[in-house]
Structures are given as C-alpha cells and as structure tokens.
Design a protein around this ligand. Structure first.
Ligand code: IMP
Length: 424
C-alpha cells in the first residue's frame, strides 16, 4: 500500500498523528515539500517529540526520505537526526541531494520582507522558507549537494547577497567576513549529513517497484497552497496531492490511498481570511481546550468552527479517498458545536470567499456536544473500538461524512498515540 496523508485546512490538522498511526515498522516515509515551517508533536510513552523536518512516523519506521521538493536547514536537520537516532537506531535516513538549503541569510531576508510589507505582512514563520524557494526558482539556490564544497557555497552566497542587496541592507550579510563565516558554517555540516545524501528518487522508484509499504506526508495544509490557497496568505510551496510528483519524483498514479486530514474545528496561524473564526471568550476556550499554540513559532493560533465548504473544496482538489478527523475530544469543552454548512448565498468557488472576491457570511447548523471525556472513557473507547464512541460524536462524524460525501476512516480522540482509532 502506498498512502498519502495531507491536511485539508490551514495546516496543523494533526497529520503527523495519522502518518504515525498508519505507518508500520517497515514503512518508507516520505516528505516532499516545505521545511521547518511545518511542525508536529508526537506524544509516546517515552515523552513528547517535536519534529519540523522529519516525518511524524520516524520514531518507529525503517526508512525516511526527505525529498527534493523540501527546503532544508542543515542545523535543524542535524539536531533532529540527533534526537531520532537514539529512539530508533535502525532508522535509515535519506536526504535528496537536490533539496535546497535554507541559510541564515534567507532567514534575514524573510524578516526583512515582512518588515517591508508592513501592515500587509503575511505572518510567516520567519524560518526563511519563502526566500529559499525564491532562490530555487531564480536558479541561484544552494542545493544540499553543494555543501560538500565550501567554494561553491561561498560563490552562491556572494551572488545571492548581491542580488538581494535591498533586502539585506542593514543586516550583517553584506560583509565579506560574514559571508565567509556563513559559507564555512554551512560546509561544516557536510560531514554530519553526507552519509544520508543521495538521489532519493532512484531509491523511491525502487521502493515502488518492489512493493514497499510507503507513506507520503504532506507539509502544511491545502488552504496554504501557493496556487490554490488564500493567496498571498499562503506558504511558498504546493501543498496539494500533485506536489508529491515534483517534490519526490513519485507519480500520484502510484498512490493507492489519499487520506485528507481535518481537525474537528479550524485553526490558522499568521494573517489571512478565516470565515468561521471565533473571537473573545469562545476563542480562548477553544484555544485552551485544544492547546492551540504553534509547534514551530509558539504563536497562539486563531481558532474557529469547522468550515465544510472549504473542506469540500480541498477534498476535491486533492482527490481524497477518505477523511480522517483529529482532536474530536477537544470540542467536548462546548455544550453546543457549530458547523459551517454553507455561506449565505451560493458561491461559485468557496476560495472566492477566502480571496475576498465574494462577501458572504457562514451559515451554521448546531449540534449537541458529547461533553468532556474522562481519561478512563477515552481508554475504554480505545480498548473497545468505535462502537463505544458517544452517540453525539458519531452524529458529528456522520454529518461531516454526509456533507462532504466522503467516508471517515480514522479518528483521533486524545493526545496520546493510542487514542487514534479506526472507524469500522
Ligand atoms: P511561511 O511558510 O513561513 O512562509 O509562512 C506563510 C504562512 O503559512 C504563515 O501564515 C504561516 O504561519 C503558515 N504556515 C506555514 N507552514 C505552516 C504549518 O505547517 N502549519 C500552519 N501554518 C503554517
């Protein structure tokens, strides 16, 4: 089986938990887009692990692949490898030689661009992701394979610094000494990563041919896609299912199962439109109940009710086979739960609402909640399966299935890994 797990909202849907759940110890796990702007937390009996580059199932899989479509900060990569290997010493790590390198210079550019945007800032993670993709497409990017030669890195840094003069004005990255220092620092990461670096597409082709169990994990969420998302409040890579081809070399035709992950409500970090956003006390209540603070930046996330028109759009765009719903326990904090079923007049494309072309108000239905689940109740559901899920939760899930016309196959009802269950 070759599965693809991706988010249908604004990121932070809990994809990591689903990847972790469906991947076994023999799986090949693949990431194909984004960089450290993504982030996920996995809670196991051994503790809480936060990853930004490595896919979520890394703790127990056999092989992980960071594809060519990613942008990689070598320092972060080395640090995550140091965290993972003691936990999973047999893990094979492969990093694409063609992935682009995020440098401190790109982080400085990210910061400077946001300052220049002023009131219309995007609210990026400031991890240098956008500028690194810009470099890639301007064909001046530093690729992972360049790190083996300090002279190549230095030459590229000089060119970037020259071309980006106005963005780097006032930063330290215009001095020759600083660029020397940065080139040396980047090249010094090579000995620690060189054994992992390869043309990953060849490995992936072979894995497909030999029928390996494979799980591809999309970074970010569909509504942050550079083309189909709420532009300009988006990330700088494609996050839709088709990106696996350009980001890893594996054709979407090779995927047997596309799982669209949604959180039981909506959240968003950074700026940009959010039709079902809650404000004030209700927002605070949901944020606290769901611990909605960014894994990557620690920023409080904006939160709101589930938005079905947007999920239907994302589900069609990605051609998903099934849905997976996470954090269902969180909505138990409310007596009544709302779902946005439509907007107040018929719209040609729900993205036009996000893009501000069509002004409209969400229309809600309300449903009874299942109340706060005690640890023992969650435990009971985990042990006995879906039949023990409270009826109100089953109704909520059934409503989503009906509205989206997609089956829900996996749900998550608590923080720990074991609280993810299959809906028969
Ligand atoms: P960038 O990806 O750092 O350029 O940030 C662009 C926008 O995408 C910002 O609003 C970020 O908060 C958001 N973003 C990027 N990656 C993620 C993610 O994995 N989860 C949630 N939001 C994200």
């Amino acid at each position: 089986m070759r599965s693809l797990v991706l988010g249908l909202q604004f990121g932070d849907e809990g994809k990591g938990k689903i990847t972790d759940f469906i991947s076994g110890k023999d799986s090949v796990l693949v990431r194909y887009n984004g960089g450290t702007n993504a982030g996920h937390t996995v809670v196991t009996g051994k503790g809480t692990f936060k990853f930004h580059l490595l896919p979520a199932g890394s703790l127990r899989s056999k092989t992980i692949v960071l594809g060519n479509g990613m942008v990689i900060d070598p320092e972060a990569l080395i640090s995550e490898i140091k965290t993972i290997l003691p936990e999973n010493p047999e893990l094979r790590i492969l990093v694409s030689s063609a992935a682009n390198v995020v440098t401190k210079l790109h982080k400085a550019i990210d910061k400077s661009q946001e300052e220049m945007r002023g009131a219309s800032k995007i609210g990026t993670t400031s991890h240098g992701i956008g500028p690194t993709y810009e470099e890639k497409y301007s064909r001046n990017g530093i690729r992972i394979e360049d790190l083996k030669d300090v002279n190549i890195v230095r030459k590229k840094l000089s060119l970037i610094s020259k071309m980006r003069e106005s963005e780097l004005r006032g930063t330290e990255y215009q001095s020759e000494e600083k660029l020397d220092e940065l080139a040396n620092e980047l090249a010094s990461s090579w000995p620690s990563i060189k054994n992992f670096v390869t043309r990953t597409e060849s490995f992936l082709f072979e894995s497909v041919r030999s029928g390996e169990e494979m799980v591809f994990e999309g970074g970010h969420g569909t509504l942050l896609d550079i083309d189909f998302g709420s532009y300009p409040y988006v990330t700088s890579s494609n996050t839709v299912s088709g990106a696996i081809h350009t980001g890893s070399g594996v054709s979407l035709r090779k995927i047997n199962r596309i799982i669209g992950v949604i959180k039981s409500y909506t959240s968003r970090v950074g700026e940009g439109p959010f039709p079902t956003e809650l404000k004030g006390q209700e927002a605070d209540k949901l944020r606290e109940a769901g611990s909605e603070y960014g894994t990557t930046t620690g920023r409080p996330r904006r939160v709101g009710w589930l938005d079905i028109p947007l999920i239907k759009y994302a589900s069609e765009l990605n051609d998903v086979d099934e849905l997976s719903i996470t954090k269902l326990d969180v909505l138990g904090a409310f007596k009544e739960i709302s779902i946005c079923k439509s907007y107040d007049h018929s719209i040609t494309n729900p993205m036009n609402v996000l893009l501000g072309f069509e002004k409209t108000v969400p229309e809600y239905i309300t449903m009874d909640s299942w109340g706060i689940l005690k640890e023992s109740e969650i435990q009971h559901i985990v042990e006995t399966g879906y039949k023990s899920v409270p009826q109100e939760m089953k109704d909520y899930i059934g409503t989503i299935e009906k509205m989206c016309n997609k089956p829900v196959k996996i749900i998550s009802i608590g923080k720990i890994r074991e609280s993810t269950i299959i809906k028969e």
